[in-house]
Every structure is written in structure tokens, then in C-alpha cells.
Design a protein around this ligand. Structure first.
Ligand SMILES: Nc1ncnc2c1ncn2[C@@H]1O[C@H](COP(=O)(O)OP(=O)(O)O)[C@@H](O)[C@H]1O
Ligand SMILES: [Mg+2]
Length: 298
């Protein structure tokens, strides 16, 4: 490759620059693989999580509730945070340290299933038929032994899948778990999760909500598009942050990060297949794309 042809790819980041020279299949695989973009709100939430992780231990630990529409990037933030604080072997080889433990909420507010999910995540042997007390004892012992400093519970709005009494009991279990372990609990969920938390006033006070909003037309949004452009290995610049195309992408994705990412992947693949090598309005119009609202209504 000559210097000039490399310069042609100035719109790309270092990895995409390498991929742009690969086969079509490799480029498409790369487009479909997940890419992390550190947009300001995500960085903000990660900084909040970092603060919580180093928070001095006390009986009433502060908790955090990350609220956003489905497909807005909540799980990806949690995964990123876990990756930043991976499990490691103790220096004395005496077991493993898991700084951040991330689990899914059970689909119904069940104490026993909450413990099962934690034990599964820690590869702990147990019998599903074990009593709730036994599982609770095992969870507390293991979480302490592995020096877990934060528990993340994704899809926490699942609490609402039970009647009010079950919700109330489940929330008091969360509260006691946090108190007993003296670690912050971070919940991730859709808006309804806020409503669920209100069922337990004592817990509600301690779950500080942070909102992961949908995208609007702004400088940050246009920067986000420029970042997406830099990871999509296309040979020509698409200039996604220009007003017309940026607005088109916003309306097609309805400001949801997951939709935007999916839409851009499909458009980039089409740009490769048609040898157009950039994303423009024609490519976007040629996609069989249903906006999230339309998709929900069919
Ligand atoms: N920081 C990010 N950078 C790039 N793409 C992202 C990012 N966060 C989310 N996405 C895209 O959005 C999709 C949905 O994100 P996810 O975290 O699963 O949303 P939620 O948990 O809110 O439903 C992901 O599969 C990914 O394609
Ligand atoms: Mg999720």
C-alpha cells in the first residue's frame, strides 16, 4: 500500500483501517462484532460506578439504578465495567477475587432464584432444591470469600412480574443482602424499575436513579456518529455527522443506541455489497428497515 492510499482512510480508526483491506467476509464479520464507543453519558455512569466501587464500607451502602429504554446501552455499560474490573487469582493462590459480580434478575421476584443466579454466576455447586436459607448462607459466604465489592443486577424491572406482596418481600431481600454484605447494589432496568423501587421506601431512598436518555440531535450525537463511522471499515468517508444524514439516522433509529448500531451495520454491509463503499441516503432508503415503533405495531 502506498502512503496516499492509506491517507484515503483518514475517516477510519486504527483497527478499521486494518480491516478495510481484508476480504468482504472478514469486513462483514468485523462490522457485526460488538464495538464499544465511549460516549459522554456512558463515561459518566462508569465514573459513578467507579466511585461506588471504592466507597468506604458502611452499614447502609448507597445503591444505583441505571434507567433507560430497552436497547439504549445499559447492559453494555455493565459489561464494560465488569471488563474493567475482571476477576483475578489471589497472589497466595488461595482462591479468586471477583471485584464486580453481574447477574440477571430472576424473571419473577423470587429470593431463591436470585440466589441461584448468583451461585450460577460464581460456578458454585448447589442443588436447585436446596432451601432458600441454605442458598442464602452459601451466597453470603462465597461473596465474602471472593471479595465481591459490587453486585450488578440487570433487568431489575422483572420484580414487577410478581404481585405487590412478592415485590415487597424481594425488595427487602435486596436491602438485607446489601446491608449484610456492605456492598453497593446496582440495578439496570427500564423506567418501570423506578416504580418497583417505590414499593420499598427504605430501599427507594438508597437507589439513586441515573437516566440513560435516548439520543437527540446534538453535538454529542454527531460525535457518536463520527465514532461509529471510524469503526466501520468502509473505503470511502460517509460523513455521517452531516445534518441531513444525521437526522435521517435519528428518525430511523428513534434515538436508540442499539437501533442506531444495528442500522449502521446493515447500511455498512449494503455499502460493501453494492461496492458503493460509503453510507448515504440512497443506501439508507434501500434498506428494509422498520422503525422500532412500526416494528412493535406489526
Ligand atoms: N457503548 C456502546 N458503543 C457501541 N454500541 C453500543 C454501545 N452500547 C450499546 N451499543 C449497541 O446497542 C445494543 C444494545 O445495547 P444493550 O446494552 O444491550 O441495551 P440495553 O441493555 O439497554 O437493552 C448493543 O448490542 C450494541 O450493539
Ligand atoms: Mg439489557
Amino acid at each position: 500500500m502506498s502512503e496516499t492510499s492509506i491517507d484515503e482512510y483518514a475517516h477510519l480508526g486504527a483497527v478499521a483501517k486494518e480491516y478495510v483491506q481484508c476480504s468482504i467476509e472478514q469486513r462483514i464479520d468485523y462490522i457485526r462484532s460488538p464495538h464499544w464507543i465511549g460516549y459522554p453519558k456512558a463515561k459518566d455512569i462508569i465514573a459513578k460506578l467507579d466511585d461506588l466501587l471504592t466507597y468506604p464500607k458502611r452499614h447502609r451502602m448507597p445503591n444505583l439504578l441505571i434507567i433507560g429504554e430497552s436497547n439504549s446501552g445499559k447492559t453494555m455499560i455493565a459489561e464494560r465495567f465488569v471488563k474493567m474490573h475482571p476477576a483475578y487469582e489471589r497472589e497466595d493462590n488461595d482462591g479468586i477475587v471477583i471485584p464486580v459480580l453481574s447477574i440477571q434478575a430472576p424473571p419473577v421476584p423470587s429470593e431463591s432464584r436470585l440466589y441461584s443466579n448468583i451461585l450460577d454466576k460464581m460456578f458454585a455447586p448447589y442443588r436447585p432444591s436446596d432451601s432458600t436459607e441454605k442458598k442464602q448462607f452459601q451466597v453470603i459466604r462465597l461473596v465474602q470469600a471472593c471479595n465481591v465489592q459490587m453486585l450488578i443486577i440487570d433487568e431489575i424491572h422483572s420484580i414487577l412480574a410478581g404481585n405487590l406482596e412478592k415485590q415487597r418481600v424481594f425488595l427487602s431481600v435486596l436491602r438485607n443482602l446489601g446491608n449484610e454484605l456492605k456492598i453497593p447494589i446496582v440495578g439496570l432496568g427500564i423506567k418501570d424499575a423506578l416504580r418497583a423501587m417505590k414499593t420499598d421506601p427504605q430501599l427507594d431512598n438508597r437507589f439513586k436513579p441515573v437516566l440513560l436518555p435516548q439520543w437527540e440531535y446534538s453535538t454529542d450525537y454527531r460525535r457518536l456518529l463520527a465514532s461509529f463511522e471510524s469503526v466501520l471499515p468502509l473505503k470511502k468517508a460517509s460523513k455521517l455527522s452531516k445534518k441531513t444524514i444525521a437526522l435521517k439516522l435519528l428518525s430511523m433509529s428513534e434515538g436508540l443506541l442499539g437501533e442506531l448500531s444495528e442500522l449502521l451495520s446493515e447500511a455498512a454491509i449494503k455499502a460493501i455489497e453494492t461496492e458503493k463503499e460509503c453510507i448515504d441516503l440512497d443506501i439508507l432508503n434501500s434498506l428494509e428497515w422498520l422503525s422500532p415503533t412500526l416494528r412493535r405495531s406489526v
